[in-house]
Every structure is written in structure tokens, then in C-alpha cells.
Ligand binder design. Sequence first.
Ligand code: AN7
Length: 354
Amino acid sequence: MSYQGIIHRYHEFMDLPPAVQPITLYEGNTPLIPVPAIADNLGGGFELYVKYEGLNPTGSFKDRGMTTAMTMAKHNGKKTVICASTGNTAASAAAYASRAGLRAIVMIPEGKVAAGKLAGAVAYGAEIIQIPGSFDDALSFVVEISQKSEIELVNSLNPYRMEGQKTASFEICDELGSAPDWLCLPVGNAGNITAYWMGFKQYNRIKNTGLPHILGVQAEGAAPLVIGHTVEHPETVATAIRIGNPARGEQALMAAEESKGRIIAVSDEKILAAQKLLASSGIWVEPASAAGLAGLTDRIKNNSFDPKGKRIVLVCTGHGMKDPDIIISRGIKPVRLPVDFDKVAEYILGGGNR
Ligand code: AN7
């Protein structure tokens, strides 16, 4: 039968009731794309892949956890779901709630959500509340509301989110035949790193696929897991991971430790350079999604890691179209020519602006 989403494909490995009716947009099954030119750029001699999660239905990895969370909200007779979000969770919750026929309320930090994410939440019909505070403020409010009411929390504190998100690790193992040596990914609220580690451990128990080392990467201005305490006013160009008090921080640190990996921080400048490098291989991701590559690059360049002979997977969590402003703000504009063939030909055949 044709592909019908992650619950249909991986139900046997999920802690979900057997008879649930999936709320799905046929998420998952994202490509694992080799990027040899980027490996060469970093010195070569190893295999490098991008797990392109931006190709999920709403443009980010959040759809994997949202199909399971929304399926269970519906299953349990909930009428309303709520989340705090830096943007992608909001768009995903909005889409899956409308699919399920549920009311969705999303709370976001004012002025800090990328245009494509906010537009998504609007398009899918969520009720959007913005506060002049941080993601962390918003999360504390929605957690409290969900504890005091029948409203279902669909942030990654919801255990069903993990059941869905862990399937990305299954797909990687199914594709490669075993776990990679290293998995590099951005860390914000720390749900994804937690879910990957859960998934790799589960698959290894059942299928002997081995375990990767995990490299979690935060932005320097929002790196509570690296500096060891909450960040009151997180700041980074990678607004998706502009988070100062990650809900699953302890589990993220555990994943790094147990996997003999690590969590590091990189500058915004390096994140944007990694975004450019990915685009040079045809893969446009939002800034946060380039953090994994920025971290790997850093480790290789300062000689703290030798990639030779290794198989490495970069998790690119969200599509570049989520955040057009960061590209437009570079100020590069199309060349303007008159409606005149000779002028156009002169420009093009003269070598353009190269
Ligand atoms: C593109 O949408 O937290 O460490 O509210 O959008 O599991 O939080 C987004 C997080 C990485 C970090 N990449 O994942 C939200 C939100 C992208 C993201 C992360 C996010 P977690």
C-alpha cells in the first residue's frame, strides 16, 4: 500500500493504542540526501547526509510529533489544543488541529516569529496570541492553562509528541541499514534530541542497528545547556531556537552523555555561513536548521573532531522558506534591465554580475 504517514508505517514501535484513527497529513518519509560537496569542503574522506525534515507537510519536523499528539487528543475526546511556539510548532499544531476538527490556540513571542511560520498558523486557522515576552514565558502560561483545564498541551512535553518524533531515527536506520556514527542537530526546547535518542535506543534494542554519537548545537546567545543555567533574555538570528529554559534540557544532556556525544554552542555568524553552505548544495533551510552543520564545521576546523571514515547525518529541521526575511535582508536584489532584448543580451553574454 502507498505511504500513509508515520503512524501507519511505525505504529508497532509506538506507545499508542492499537485502534487509534490517525490524524495525518502523510508526514515523514523525508529524504536522506548525500551532500558530498559539503563533505569535501570540510576536508573530505567521510560520508555526509542531510535528513531534510523541511520537506514535511508544514515545512518542519514538528509534523512527526503533531500527528501523534493530535491523534491522541482526538482519541481522548479533547476539543481544544494549545502550544507555545517560536513558530514551527504553531504552524504544525494549527494544521493538524484543523485536520482533526479541533480548536487550536498558539502563543508566540511578539516580533520574533519568522514570516512563513506566522503565515502558516494564520492560514491553517489557529487563534494566535502574542506576548511581549519570550518563548519560555509563553510555555509557562500554556503549561499552567493545560493543567487547570481540559485543554490539551501539544508542546513536546506531551509524551505523544516524542512517540512521533522518534520515527526520524527509524527512517535513518532503515535507509542506512544501521545508525550513523554521528547525528548533528539543533537544540532549542530539546524535544527533538530527546526523541532521536529514544528512537535510536529503541531500534537498537529491537533491530541491533547500533547507536550514534549525538552532537546537539545551540546558538551562542541561547545556550543554557552549554553554560549550565537558564538564559533570561535569549537572542539569536535562529529564532526557532531562541529558547532560554529548555523543557527537556535534562534529557538532552543525558542524550549527549549516554551517546558519548556533546552539546556545543556556535555563533550566529557561523549558523548563517552553514546556511549558505547547505544552499550551495541546493538545500535551503531556515537558520536554526543549519546549526548542526555549523557545529560540525566548528569541531572539524578546531581539530577537536576527525570525521575521516565516518558516516554523519545532519538533521535539517525546517525549510528555508519559513524565514525569507533573513535572506532578503542581505540586500541582494535582482538586476533591473529595460524591456530591450539587446540590453538583456549584452548583460547576459557579457557575463552578468559574476
Ligand atoms: C527549525 O516551534 O520550539 O530542541 O516552538 O523550529 O525540539 O525544540 C521549534 C524548535 C530546531 C529545536 N529547528 O527543536 C517551536 C520550537 C527548528 C525548530 C528546533 C526548532 P527542539
